[in-house]
Write a protein that binds this ligand. Structure first.
Ligand SMILES: [Zn+2]
Length: 382
């Protein structure tokens, strides 16, 4: 039996409802480590940890799935060691689903690398030459034991010529066949990635090539690479609704609240980004009225929570003045509380969007959300 058929026993996706007035949809992804209601936002745990948060906090926040990075875990501690520890779930004590990227994005963002038919070659921090290929990427991801693996592709930088894009996507499709060849564990789903830069016809071509391979899920890659919000929206609007309806649709690396509203409206189910956690550690917190920079002097005597209606541990127990004080004093607790709050904000946003989709009022929800989020009440000082 083909691996694409074997995986169906362990990995499923069901659309529960499609919003009647927009392209947004609510669904459920089933994996060996649990169910994921969609749309879902995935926090990023690059090195096998969400920075500043132990996994039990993430479970309390009801995080359903996290992303971890193949490239980083390959460099340290190495996937062989993680496998020996019982796989990434056990190693990091995270019982719920994990998605791993292919490592391609990180390698292609390096200054010094060389791309060959075989794969991408680069030097690690010790100066050792490492080749990341479709075979090694899948081998590493299988040793990590993630629930969802990503195909090894070239994330095309922006801008790219038509000529370069064509050459790159052809190679990415040859790489995809090699990824499928190396994929042996049916408990791990392999997602393909649509590239094609800003060219509609190449995006179509990539989608056709992927659908031919009948994979468990599909992603839009090569966005959020410097093309700007207008072009990103154009790509997602064009490609999202054409992606197979019965498979999860994932946009990689997108995580501004405004962008999430846009991708969900175009029928996207999943996304990931470092924004909520990275911003939290820098003292930028997300609220219904936009982002606030907690270090600002305005919050010195502000004895309200970060967000009055928020159910997170930070907002239930601490004031803005205290969180500001923690950041000012370089207390690690500030970063912990801020990370909790931002993860809760993103989770709530996805949950509310899902409810709105189920009630056929997604567009209204989006409009209300953005109206409040973009409103400047003069206290934010972004
Ligand atoms: Zn909160």
């Amino acid at each position: 039996m083909r691996i694409q058929d074997q995986v169906k026993e362990h990995f499923q996706f069901k659309v529960v409802h499609e919003d009647k007035k927009s392209g947004a949809r609510a669904g459920v992804i089933t994996t060996p480590h649990g169910e994921i209601p969609t749309p879902v936002f995935m926090p990023v745990g690059t090195h096998g940890a969400i920075k500043a948060l132990p996994p039990n906090f993430l479970e309390d926040l009801d995080t359903k799935i996290i992303l971890s990075n193949t490239y980083h875990l390959h460099l340290s501690p190495g996937s062989k060691l993680v496998k020996k520890a019982g796989g990434l779930h056990k190693f990091m004590n995270w019982p719920r689903p994990i998605l791993t990227d292919s490592g391609g994005f990180q390698v292609f963002s390096l200054q010094r690398k060389s791309i060959k038919e075989e794969g991408a070659e680069f030097k690690d921090h010790k100066g050792k030459t490492i080749l990341l290929s479709p075979e090694t990427s899948i081998e590493i991801q299988q040793e990590l034991g993630s629930d969802i693996m990503m195909a090894f592709d070239e994330c095309i930088p922006y801008p790219a010529t038509r000529e370069y894009t064509k050459k790159s996507i052809d190679r990415t499709h040859r790489w995809l066949d090699r990824c499928i060849e190396s994929w042996t564990n049916p408990k791990q789903a392999l997602f393909g990635i649509i590239q094609g830069s800003t060219y509609d016809d190449y995006r179509d071509e990539c989608l056709d090539e992927l659908v031919k391979r009948d994979l468990p899920g599909y992603a839009i890659g090569g966005v959020s690479v410097g093309e700007g919000p207008e072009l990103m929206e154009k790509i997602v609007k064009y490609t999202g609704p054409k992606m197979p309806k019965d498979k999860p649709r994932y946009v990689m690396g997108v995580g501004n609240p405004e962008d999430l509203c846009m991708i969900w409206e175009n029928g996207i189910d999943m996304s990931d980004c470092i924004i909520p956690t990275k911003f939290a550690r820098g003292g930028t917190l997300f609220t219904r009225r936009g982002k606030i920079r907690i270090r600002h002097k305005n919050y010195r005597r502000d004895f309200f929570p970060i967000e009055p209606n928020c159910k997170c541990y930070c907002c239930q127990n601490f004031t803005r003045a205290y969180v500001k004080h923690l950041f000012d004093s370089n207390e690690i607790l500030g970063q912990v509380l801020a990370t909790m709050h931002n993860i809760e904000f993103y989770k709530n946003m996805a949950e509310e969007a899902r409810e709105a989709i189920l009630d056929n009022r997604y567009s209204q929800w989006k409009e209300d959300f953005l109206k409040s989020y973009k409103k400047d009440d003069g206290s934010k000082n972004n």
